[in-house]
Design a binder for this molecule. Sequence first.
Ligand code: ASP
Ligand code: MG
Length: 414
Amino acid sequence: MQASHEVAGQVPVVMKFGGSSVADLERMRQVAARVVERARVQPVVVVVSAMGKTTNELVAMARALREPPPTRELDMLLTTGERSSMALLAIAIQALGRPAISLTGSQCGIITDHQHGRARIMEVRPFRILDEVHAGNIVIVGGFQGVSYKREVTTLGRGGSDTTAVALAAALGADCEIYSDVDGVYSADPREVPEAVRLGELDYEAMQALARAGAKVLHAQAVQLAEERGIAIYARHVSPGVRGETVIRRNPAQRAGVDAIASDASITRLALELRPGLSHAALASLSAELGALGLRYLRVDGDGASGLLSRSQRTDAGAARDRFAAITRGLGRSLKAAFAIEDLALVSCIGAGIEERAELPATAITALEEAGVQIRQVFTDTRALAFVVASSERLAAVQALHRRLIGARAHPSG
Ligand code: ASP
Ligand code: MG
């Protein structure tokens, strides 16, 4: 990506508004007022998501016609959600007497790779944005979308507007503010765990682990990009009356321990068993093919392979399952069995130095046992201790783990 640009001596700010913040015209007007207010002191580039549940509705329509929907056409369809909201927001801002212009990801020079449904940003060429800012416009960018080198419209994966915001902030040398209906990042979803506390500050790695674990706070690629480019992210409530925030930035002084419990309610476990004697070359190509599916906690060895597919984080989950079926068929006589186990959830304890806390797994497992939750699988890495459980036991698991590992502890909150 490009070096930072300064706009007429004044650094712009990137403000991103999620779908619930622009769910209807009234909320759209409130966002417009907030943006106009800010634009009095600083150039503003806004990134906006599709209104309310629009993306889900579009996905459902496509799936009703063909399951799984072709990923190219799905991208074409889903980007219309952000196109509508960006144009409406520009109109709402103009109605307040301020010049504004909406731009698609492609018009903003957001260049991605070719992976429909989960494209990665390769480069940002923000020249058009800079021109419009210089001309005095508030620029409204449709989030979650880009254009590939083959000039195909792509999307960045569910929740990808955050990534658009961070990428633009990096390209413009701007701060990145992410507005939603919560005033920051919590130790668990406050709707599910009433005693959850707001985390005043989180480092990039913990935030990324949270996002990968299914917390719908910030897109994982957004956090990764912020870390690479040293961009601080301010997660705030959309209504100006609510003052709290969580700042996501580098924090070397972090203590070890569990900061948050996150869960992903729609996990499918894909697994295959092999007959002995698969060649090294065949095993290598199996690893590569399965790796390309982007499964969580992928394991491949001579006996077989398994990994977790998140249907909530992937618009192309159906395609990934089909691909898995094709890979297993390709194994011919080496394949002993293949499974796709539905109705699972992943519940993750996230923090720093998880692997060093030797007592943690036993404490967590006891808490789950006492709550009557059956553990299907356990995974650990430096940032997460994760449990696969039945979907029906997800909530009980989250509550039990929060109570035992976080609940009693006083937490710094900013
Ligand atoms: N509208 C897209 C989604 O619902 C992108 C986003 O909201 O960030 O996933
Ligand atoms: Mg979002």
